[in-house]
Design a protein around this ligand. Structure first.
Ligand SMILES: Nc1ncnc2c1ncn2[C@@H]1O[C@H](COP(=O)(O)OP(=O)(O)OP(=O)(O)O)[C@@H](O)[C@H]1O
Ligand SMILES: [Mg+2]
Length: 232
């Protein structure tokens, strides 16, 4: 078996929010098609770590790359390119509420340089099919349930075939059954399209039901599953 490529690799990274050190000596690797949970109590630094990875929070020490992009050399002008390599999913879906599902997806494709109309329409249909809401293309976001809105957000994240999906508590606003459906979908995407997934969550029920690697933010450090096992 050949080794999968690392899609995220961080070493000796310190993460600050303004002048406050949130996580120090952060070190981990995520490979193609790996599914990893990021857990830790509120304020422990999960969202801060994800923000570093999608270029919202700059870092100034260590080495860090995601999808082949060096995060220490990342400039504001390089952020759109970085975002094209990633799919980001949030707790509150963050859809555009003034347009239908199709046009939410169209907006992203146009913003990321897609020009060919037939290719655009084919890709929109493809991602809606992948997340199981092909028939909702012309619904407005407010006409959809929370779970359906999250499926649109996941479809949007998949548009540019990202190497990795970063999800910050994607089930935080959903009931247990709908959360399970979204987790099933994320695990399916991970397996079928080799997309790595890094998902922050508070929900220990999910960790039991859909087991995968775990990283924990705790006392200013990031601890991996392996280290946790060794400590026990
Ligand atoms: N924009 C900001 N400016 C200053 N400090 C911030 C900012 N965002 C977060 N922080 C601080 O950074 C620390 C880590 O916050 P972060 O949002 O990463 O935690 P979290 O683990 O995602 O928590 P939660 O589970 O509540 O989402 C907290 O002490 C928080 O107050
Ligand atoms: Mg958070």
């Amino acid at each position: 078996m050949t080794d999968n490529k690392a899609v995220i690799s961080l070493k000796d990274v310190s993460i600050f929010q303004q002048d406050n050190l949130i996580l120090s000596d952060v070190q981990f690797e995520i490979k193609e098609s790996e599914f990893v949970y990021l857990i830790g109590s509120t304020g422990s630094g999960k969202s801060s770590l994800l923000k570093v990875l999608y270029g919202e929070l700059p870092i100034h020490m260590g080495t860090a790359s995601i999808a082949g992009i060096d995060l220490l050399k990342l400039k504001k002008s390089g952020i759109p390119k970085l975002r094209r390599q990633l799919g980001v999913v949030f707790q509150d879906f963050q859809l555009l509420f003034d347009r239908d599902v199709h046009d939410n997806l169209l907006f992203v494709l146009k913003a990321t340089g897609w020009k060919n109309k037939a290719e655009i329409e084919a890709r929109i249909e493809e991602v809606l099919d992948l997340v199981g809401i092909k028939t909702k293309s012309h619904k407005m976001p407010f006409e959809l349930s929370g779970g359906e809105q999250q499926r649109v957000a996941i479809a949007r994240a998949l548009l540019n075939k990202p190497a990795i999906i970063l999800a910050d508590e994607p089930t935080g606003n959903l009931d247990p059954k709908t959360s399970d459906d979204i987790l099933t979908l994320l695990h399916q995407i991970c397996k079928q399209s080799n997309t790595a997934v890094l998902m922050a969550t508070h929900d220990y029920r999910i960790l039991d039901k859909f087991p995968a690697e775990i990283m924990r933010c705790e006392a200013g450090k990031l601890r991996t599953d392996k280290l946790l096992k060794e400590a026990n």
